[in-house]
Structures are given as structure tokens and as C-alpha cells.
Design a binder for this molecule. Sequence first.
Ligand SMILES: C[S@@+](CC[C@H](N)C(=O)[O-])C[C@H]1O[C@@H](n2cnc3c(N)ncnc32)[C@H](O)[C@@H]1O
Ligand SMILES: Nc1nc2[nH]cc(C(=O)O)c2c(=O)[nH]1
Ligand code: SF4
Ligand SMILES: [Mg+2]
Length: 210
Amino acid sequence: MLQKETQLAVEKGEMLPLMEEFYTIQGEGYHTGTAAYFIRIGGCDVGCHWCDVKESWNAELHPPTNTDLIVDNAKKYADTVVVTGGEPLTWDMSLLTSKLKAQNLKVHIETSGAYEVSGTWDWFCLSPKKNKLPVQSAYDMAHELKVIIYNKHDFIFAEEQAAKVNPNAILFLQPEWSKKEEMTPLIVDYVMNNPKWRVSLQTHKYLNIP
Ligand SMILES: C[S@@+](CC[C@H](N)C(=O)[O-])C[C@H]1O[C@@H](n2cnc3c(N)ncnc32)[C@H](O)[C@@H]1O
Ligand SMILES: Nc1nc2[nH]cc(C(=O)O)c2c(=O)[nH]1
Ligand code: SF4
Ligand SMILES: [Mg+2]
């Protein structure tokens, strides 16, 4: 159990359960190939069976960390910070994002959109999940929609999600990593037949970087 003061600070978003932070290349989606500092916040109860970072799910395993400390580290690297998780919108992102923006950093999020949107985002990557669909504000705010393709039915899910997202969102299909040999050729065909979509790959995994 957290101390009461720490618990209150986490509720206010002054502290966040930090799993890891690392400087790398954005591997996925619209900003693929660009340097960014990643902040991975613990805690997620969406429960994707293929999630590639299940160690993030239990917030209690990740130490509540002062947002000032997170920002001090982040500002040493590139001009872009990606906030991911776990599910970052489990928490109140207002303080973290305002402090990052006060340092003139561009602030991006990777989210399932399953919880109410908090924080101010320069780039909002929405990756919807069947078991906990996004809230309306996430569909409205998304700059990109990135749907993970694990099986053929996921193309139908992708179209359903594209119908809900705002019309300016850039649409991506990304193979689930363990199914990539089977699904990537189907994605390639799908995008050639439905060119409103683009292909996204987890390029950092091919590059063997975090
Ligand atoms: C680990 S999630 C964390 C952020 C947030 N919970 C979400 O799902 O968007 C980061 C990104 O990785 C994607 N992802 C997770 N596991 C994956 C896998 N096995 N193959 C491909 N993409 C995956 C997610 O869909 C999401 O776009
Ligand atoms: N290089 C790199 N790019 C990424 N894009 C989204 C990631 C994530 O886990 O949210 C991720 C990640 O874990 N590493
Ligand atoms: S929502 Fe994101 S972090 Fe949570 S289980 Fe799914 S992929 Fe993993
Ligand atoms: Mg990842």
C-alpha cells in the first residue's frame, strides 16, 4: 500500500508510476524514424492478450515518481517526448504535459483511448482495443488511428474504428508482432486495395532498439 500522501499525489498527477524512460527512435506510425524520449507509465487494465509490455500492467510494481523529475530527464534529449505505458490515460496527464510543454517539448501520446482524455497533446496516437473501446473524446482528438491486426476479423474492426474517428486522422494498420509473417502480406494487399490506409511496422524491433 502506498502512503496516503503519495496516493494523493498520484491521484492529482503530481506523481506517476514510472516503469521506464528511454531515448530511442519512434518505431511506429506517422512519426516512425524520428528521435524521441519515451516515458512509460505503469498501469493498464485493458488486457490485450498479445500486449508486448505486460510487465507494465500492475501499477504497484512501478514507483510513484515526481513529474518534475521525469521532465528534468526528458528535456536533456530530443525535442519530442512520447508518453506511453501501460495505459497513460489511466492517470491525470494534465500536470505532466503542462510541465513538458513549459520546456518547449513536443508531447505525443500512445493510447488505447479507453479512459477520458487528460493532458494537452501535440500528437495523439489512438490504438483502439476491442475489449475496451475508446471514449468519444479520443476519437475526436486522434491525429492517427493505429489498428493492430492479429487476425482477419481485425480488418473489419479497423473499418468500424475508422468510421468513428475524426475525418483528419491518418489511418494505419500494424501487424501484431507474433502474427507478422501471416498478417503483413494481408495488410499489404489490404492497403493497396484500400489506399486510405497506410502500413505501420514495429520498426524498432527490426532495428533491435528499445
Ligand atoms: C504497449 S501500447 C501502450 C499504449 C497504450 N496502452 C496503447 O495500447 O495504445 C503501445 C503500442 O503498442 C501496440 N502494441 C502492443 N502490443 C503489440 C504487439 N504485440 N504487436 C504490435 N503492436 C503492439 C499498441 O497497440 C500500441 O499502439
Ligand atoms: N522505439 C519504440 N517505438 C515505439 N512506439 C510506440 C511504442 C510503445 O510501446 O508505445 C514504442 C516503443 O516501445 N519503442
Ligand atoms: S491497452 Fe496497451 S498496454 Fe494495455 S494491454 Fe493493450 S496494448 Fe498493452
Ligand atoms: Mg512498444
